[in-house]
Design a protein around this ligand. Structure first.
Ligand code: B12
Length: 324
């Protein structure tokens, strides 16, 4: 196969760019093309209008570089992207029934620019959640000190889950000196895969847990925070504390849409050799389309009462008939 001479290819490219610029210039003030939908409506209580029916706001400035303005793609994210749908109300209802990105329309075989920007914006939110830090002030509000696993950076946290399941010697010494031993329940908070989950939900769920456990007559250990934390850490920390039950509040892997969901993992007498089969989880705790943190807290308290009564968690609890 022979390649075209460079000058011919460059000339062709220049010609294409000139055509595109001419077309963009001719569209100024007119309705957008399929590839350039107008900006979505601002967030409001009004039902979302189809993208194709909203007024055009795409603008192209004069000068050598075109400037395209599309508006914030995260506003009115559920606006249908299909022009002239046969059943507009049905389409709106269908879109509202799922978190999946349906009814978004297309520009030829490609996604609309709006869809791409929204995807990139949601991805950016997940990155902020994963690489963010839980504010010290929040932990101090609940009297929590902080320790760290054997992970030293956010990148290492993603690459080495095994290190996120082990405390440093310093962390074990701190826990050993500051925590009450052998409580009924030890509450621990970990950043996990979403600092935003802890930041947004801790102040709602934590008081419910503490009040609920106390009302149930259960003794509580001293709470603390673990940075770069994985679920399996409960085995390691309980070699120091010796709790009947460890309750770990930890950030879940963020999704493209909800990035602040918290999970509560728990287990009866965690220790070396215990696995996820010995643990339970209450997941998707968030005010953004998940279980309300206060309701989740009440549910966790009831669950831990069953664990303590049965002296078992995970699969062992189910096989005893101790929980559904
Ligand atoms: C990633 C994930 C997995 C991965 C975990 C691999 C890994 N190393 O991360 C894989 C694909 C292996 C997996 C498998 C399972 N998972 Co899963 N998983 C998730 C997911 C998407 C995110 C979990 C997370 O962010 N954890 C927090 C981080 C920081 O924890 P981590 O230490 O990095 O990882 C540990 C946990 O993720 C844990 N884990 C993952 N799933 C489950 C499920 C249970 C019941 C337990 C106790 C622990 C557990 O395993 C990892 C290693 O210890 C959640 C969805 C969600 N909204 O949370 C579902 C979710 C937790 N999983 C669920 C289920 C049911 C399972 C399975 C039982 C499915 C099956 N039938 O085989 C298995 C059990 C696996 C096990 N470990 O024993 C359910 C739990 C429902 C419930 N309340 O009981 C969830 C909520 C999904 C759902 N909505 O149905 N899972």
């Amino acid at each position: 196969m022979t390649s075209q001479p460079r000058t011919t290819a460059d000339d062709q490219l220049r010609s294409i760019v000139a055509d595109v610029l001419a077309e963009l210039g001719s569209q100024r003030g007119s309705a957008p093309s399929a590839g350039m939908p107008p900006a979505p409506l601002p967030a409001s209580s009004a039902p979302p209008a189809p993208v194709a029916a909203t007024p055009a706001t795409t603008t192209v400035s004069s000068g050598p570089t075109p400037h395209i303005e599309l508006g914030d793609p995260t506003l009115n994210r559920r606006a249908p992207g299909i022009p002239n749908p046969a059943n507009p109300a049905g389409l709106t209802n269908l879109i509202a029934s799922t978190g999946a990105r349906i009814g978004v329309g297309r520009a030829g075989p490609r996604p609309l620019t709006r869809s791409l920007l929204l995807f990139q914006a949601d991805h950016a939110v997940t990155q902020d959640a994963i690489f963010g830090d839980v504010p010290q002030a929040l932990l101090e509000r609940f009297g929590m000190f902080a320790v760290q696993t054997q992970v030293t950076t956010h990148d290492e946290f993603l690459l080495r889950p095994d290190l996120g399941r082990r405390l440093t010697d310093e962390a074990k010494a701190t826990i050993g000196s500051r925590c009450t031993k052998n409580p009924n329940v030890q509450i621990v908070v970990g950043d996990g895969l979403s600092a935003a989950a802890v930041t947004n939900n801790l102040d709602k769920i934590y008081p419910v847990l503490v009040d609920g456990f106390r009302s149930a007559g259960l003794s509580l250990g001293d709470p603390f925070f673990i940075r770069y934390c994985r679920v399996g850490i409960i085995n390691d920390l309980n070699t120091v504390i010796g709790a009947d039950v460890v309750v770990l509040l930890i950030g879940e892997r963020p999704g493209l849409g909800v990035a602040d969901a918290l999970s509560v993992y728990s287990g009866w007498q965690p220790g070396p050799g215990k696995t996820d089969a010995d643990r339970d989880v209450v997941c998707m705790i968030t005010e953004n389309g998940g279980t309300n943190p206060m309701e989740a807290g009440a549910f966790v308290v009831e669950h831990i009462r069953k664990v303590i009564a049965a002296k078992a968690s995970g699969v062992a609890l189910r096989t005893q008939g101790g929980d559904s």
